[in-house]
Every structure is written in structure tokens, then in C-alpha cells.
Write a protein that binds this ligand. Sequence first.
Ligand SMILES: [Cu+2]
Length: 307
Amino acid sequence: MNTRSIRAAFVALTLLGGALASTSLTPVVAAEVTVGQLTISGAFARATLPNAPVAGGFLTIVNAGGEADRLIAASTPVAGESQLHEMKMEGDVMKMAQLPDGIEVPAGATVTLAPGGLHLMFMQLKEPLVEGTKVPVTLTFEKAGTVEIELDVGGIAAKEPAMDHSMQSDHGGDAQHDHAAHMAMDTSGMGDEEAIAAMQKAMFDKPESPLTMGPIVIAGDYAVSAWAQDGTGGRALLRKTDKGWAIHLCSGDALKDAAQLVDLGVPDAEAQQIAEGVAAAEANVDPALLKQFSAFDGVMMVDESVM
Ligand SMILES: [Cu+2]
């Protein structure tokens, strides 16, 4: 009974993690689309889980012209909102942030949107992205204008368009698990709150930087837990799966707001219940600690399905 099996896997950033240095010199099979001096190729997305709220889109833009251009917008019928994002490391944490000024494509340059870096971000997904299908996307450039492309939907941890395996750059071995943090424990026999706290402690607590757990609010198969560590912190959105509770994504104040919870895929009733629960539970929390729970900018996806 004391043996906790390391069984299920926790995989961070599998949807968006991993870097791909892609300057393929071989013909890329994925369709190329040209608009003005720009050529767009290798466009792909990763398959998503049935309830995933967001997905990333990746592609390469070559600017053969003598003038810089800028990708300023993207849209797709499969998502309520599309944004231009970048991933960046802040300390040990990879965060993603919206790029309000878009993505510059300098004259003569190749710009690659790839997992772990620049990407198209599709929010409020209306349906899961299914491997083997295509997702239509409209890109708008400042100078070249608007162009329609299609993303090939690859596997859930696809690193590149499915057909182009010619250039793996320096990624030998198990590239699928780049940036992956595996951690799990058997929490059977624990109550929900206890299980969530124990799991997060097991994943993140370190002797030199102890993890402080804040209130945990549970509504149906969803939960939001607040945490603080090293003067910063955030909130995690968890889902109960057949393998126990798993972190679905990390964010800050978005996870105490009912409307934003709904945008992130939580059903209305649970979102409402969580928002009210968090407000009540955090009413008595030390303001300095509350500030830490709010410190997490953006949304970091954590995908529990890739094991
Ligand atoms: Cu993003």
C-alpha cells in the first residue's frame, strides 16, 4: 500500500512543445502556396483530443522579394478565434504569448512557425482536428494580402508535415518527447482534493523550491487549483480521466473567470461553479499569495493524452 507506481505519464507541452529547425532542401510534399513574393509551405497542425480547447498551426514562409512583409492575421472556420503566438522560456517555464504586431517576414528571409516557437493559435475549437484531414486557414499579410492555405493534420505529437521526413536536423531518437515531463502516481484511494494536491506536489515540489498549494475547487470532472512557488505561481485546470486527475492547462486569472473557462473548453455549469468556488475559497487567502496565483501570463497547454 505504500508503493506508488509511476504509471500514467504526465506530458507537458506535447501540443506545442519541441523545437524543429526546419530548412528543408529537399522537395516538400505538402502543397506550396504563393502570394506575391511569399511562398508558404509545409503547413500542418496536430490532431487534438475530443475536448481540446485550442490547437496550434505551423508553416514555413519564404519571402523571395526585396521588401519585408508581415503576417498580421489568421483565421479558420474550425476555431472561434485565431491568433499569432510565440512560445518563450521564462525561467524554467515555457509560456506562450500573443503577438499583437504579427510576425515579420524580412526580405529574402525564411520564417518558420514550428512547435516550440512561433505558431498560429486556434482558440475555441469547434471540433477536434482529426489526423489525415485538412484544415483551411486564411492568412493575411500586410503587403501581400490574403491567401488561403490548408494545414495537413498530423498525429497528436506531429513535429512536421507528415510527408517530409527527409530533414530531421539534429533530432535523433525520441523527438516526440522533447520538453516532456513525465510524472505520475497512483492516487487511487485518495479523495479528489488530496489526489490533486499530491499529484502537483509530486510533479513540481522540490526541496530547494517548495510548492505551496492554494485552494482547489472541483466541479464535476473539472477542477482548478492554485499554486505558488519561488515567488511566482498560477492556476491549473485539471480534468478527471479514467487514469485519475490530470492537468489540462496552466494559466493565471483566466482560470477564475467563468467566461474564460468556457472558452478553454469547460462546460457552462462547471465553469460557473468553479468561478464561484474560486472566489469564495480565495476570499481568505493572503493578498501576497493571491498575487502569485495571478502571476501566470497566457495559457500553457498540458496534454494528458500522450503517454
Ligand atoms: Cu499559442
